[in-house]
Write a protein that binds this ligand. Structure first.
Ligand SMILES: Nc1ncnc2c1ncn2[C@@H]1O[C@H](COP(=O)(O)OP(=O)(O)OP(=O)(O)O)[C@@H](O)[C@H]1O
Ligand SMILES: [Mg+2]
Length: 239
């Protein structure tokens, strides 16, 4: 456990205009762990992720990494602290090749040899992308685009990786690839916060889970316990 990579939010509130989207949320992603955040449509999952990464303004409360405050810092500053985001809906750079998208992810890495090494690692994780490096990113299938989005984030050599619904709409084979990569990246020491509507995937991949309802944390605990929790099963696992 590396406490300098522990990501925490404390009593976080975010509004869109007058409307609250996240209310008083406290959460801890221990350095070296995988935490998942589950919740229905509109629960506030993306808002929380965007607040952590500086994409929406926090109204009150704080975001810290290793105890250092990062609340309301600009997205590039958050990235400079080693926190990378795989955004909801992928948001690849259209009109750019897969290789260019990956290079954009590595813009902080000045050393060419290190960049090449990161690219090698990404292509080992996602060998399907090898033949696609020169293709326009928008010409790829949904599953391949999601791989590019994950790889782009990994190209920044993050110490903390945030993923917002990386498996939504994907065929099971792609879900398995993404899940395996998230696990492996974590084994290499990266701290992970995984947002998922697919609670089954989230709970199988993560160590600890938080449940968000209407912008509030209603429950959190060890993921393996949640997999057998009758309330969670009924509400989120469709059992
Ligand atoms: N840009 C915005 N302006 C106004 N309201 C917003 C905006 N983005 C989200 N909201 C509202 O904030 C609440 C939380 O939305 P958010 O996107 O964080 O939920 P989510 O849990 O990520 O949902 P989903 O699973 O559909 O991605 C919802 O009521 C949503 O309508
Ligand atoms: Mg969302």
């Amino acid at each position: 456990m590396t406490s300098e990579h522990t990501l925490a939010v404390r009593d976080l509130t975010v509004h869109y205009g007058a409307v609250p989207a996240v209310t008083g949320v406290s959460m801890e992603v221990k350095g070296g762990s995988i935490v998942s955040l589950i919740g229905a449509n509109g629960a506030g999952k993306s808002t929380l992720i965007k607040a952590i990464t500086g994409l929406v303004k926090v109204r009150s409360g704080e975001v810290t990494l290793g105890g250092k405050p990062l609340t309301n810092r600009a997205p590039n500053v958050i990235l400079d602290h080693g926190i990378a985001l795989v955004p909801e809906g992928r948001r690849l750079f259209g009109g750019m090749t897969v290789r260019e998208n990956l290079e954009m992810g590595a813009y902080r890495i000045r050393d060419a040899a290190r960049q090449a090494e990161l690219l090698d690692t990404c292509l080992r994780y996602f060998p399907d992308l090898k033949a696609k490096l020169a293709s326009d990113a928008s010409s790829l299938s949904g599953g391949q685009q999601q791989m590019v989005a994950v790889a782009r984030a990994l190209m920044s050599a993050p110490s903390v990786l945030l993923l917002d619904e990386p498996t939504i709409g994907l065929a099971p084979a792609f879900v398995n690839v993404i899940s395996a990569v998230v696990r492996d990246v974590n084994r290499q020491g990266v701290t992970v916060l995984l947002v998922e509507q697919n609670a089954e995937v989230a709970l199988r991949v993560s160590h600890h889970a938080y449940v968000l309802e209407s912008g509030r944390v209603v429950k959190h605990g060890p993921s393996d316990v949640f997999l057998h929790d009758p309330d969670i099963k009924k509400a989120y696992l469709g059992l």
